[in-house]
Design a protein around this ligand. Sequence first.
Ligand SMILES: Nc1ncnc2c1ncn2[C@@H]1O[C@H](COP(=O)(O)OP(=O)(O)OP(=O)(O)O)[C@@H](O)[C@H]1O
Ligand SMILES: [Mg+2]
Length: 471
Amino acid sequence: MFGNMVCSGSMERLIQVTQELSMARTLERVMEIVRTAARALAWADGATFVLRDGDKCYYADEDAISPLWKGKRFPMEICISGWVMRNRHATVIEDVFADPRIPADVYRKTFVKSMAMVPIRTADPIGAIGVYWTEKRRPGEELVKVLQALADATSVSISNVYLYQELSERIAELTRQKELAESAILAKNQFLANMSHEIRTPLNGILGMLQLLQLSGLSDEGGGYARLAQDGATRLLALLNNVLDISRLDAGGLALEQDAVDLDELLRSVEAHFEHEAQAKGLGLAFDQAGAGTPARFIGDATRLRQILFNLVGNAVKFTPAGVVGVSVRCTHVRGDGRARLHFTVSDTGIGMDDRQSGVVFDNFTQADGAHNRHYEGAGLGLSIAAKLARMMNGSICLDSEPGRGTDCHLLVEVRIAQEDAQPLAERRTPAWTGDVLPEGTGGAEDAPSRLLLQRVPQPDDSTLEPRRQG
Ligand SMILES: Nc1ncnc2c1ncn2[C@@H]1O[C@H](COP(=O)(O)OP(=O)(O)OP(=O)(O)O)[C@@H](O)[C@H]1O
Ligand SMILES: [Mg+2]
């Protein structure tokens, strides 16, 4: 009678166990759930969890009133779990000592008198679940069905565990590879930073000596050589500074300063830097008056802003054989919290770029056309650095360029305006400023190239600015 009894709550228990199994992430947890559930569902005195290990049955786990065979391995042929796995179906044994499939010696040392066993994964068993009683009992069909349902849920859960483990291992491996790659990049950046620093120190010495040499009464020829050497060393220093910056930027080790910036001074310093080069090439250099409402002073990183503008204007001058390079600035909007958005535009009438080229020039060490290397010096770092710095200033750089017609480069940055500095630059500046900024020979804002340039320079709003390429 008792043998046919299935606990009235066994369905609820089975559902609960199935839910627990679905959340198990390790084989150990699966076994823990199953051994307890099997024993409870069968009102048994013990339960075992057996796994197939080649031609052996491995008694991996158990829950019993006294020890059974946990941790032991038996050949498939001589143990009942092996029989269940080989025959792919459940068995019930009312009297273990009367059944020839049972190795009596092994059972005599235990409390077991009767038992039931079901295979895990009937189609191709990977294990078995056994339940045991201290007295002779014949478990009914209902109980075997419940145990088989438990074994089926166990099989699904084991597959999930393997899948989960495989996934976890793959994720761990990918994470490891990513970390390795990141630490390699960090090491490379550190190396670049160290090397740049180490090379810069003697290079500064060389530059100083070359300057002294030129003051030491050299012949015309000697002076010419010293000047050439100085130009070369200056370029090398600029390159090293760029390499140092890009490695710092890529490693996230560059912080912005908070200076009080005078926009007029900033623009004049950029202009003064390129005046001679532009003049020597016969280019017009037109720094337009700041747009209405542009703040005269603001808080930002003056050095880094100048660095961005140096590269943008430097590029415009470098890649423009004839015509005009124009620079304009305006404030696109001021927020209530004192933050303002400045929009600088650097326009040229130079060689320009096609869409493919302007799509790659923001990458480190990339020039629009490899062949340029022969005509235009540079390492292809300037735009990449400028774009990263602009991003740190909550802004961006975008290019609007056309081969043979020229390039408009838009720089957007966010700055802070102190209340007392909210006076716009346009109101503060004397009218003489416009005339001052044009290089000799360009004839002021009224001359043809400037007019041409002003027509070409778009004055987009933040919202309407649709650059072809952005960095
Ligand atoms: N105004 C421009 N007109 C035409 N091509 C440009 C212009 N600005 C940039 N480019 C193209 O984009 C490339 C990348 O510019 P970037 O400033 O990064 O490098 P670079 O000027 O060549 O070298 P570096 O700035 O490191 O000295 C340039 O080599 C050039 O091919
Ligand atoms: Mg450049």
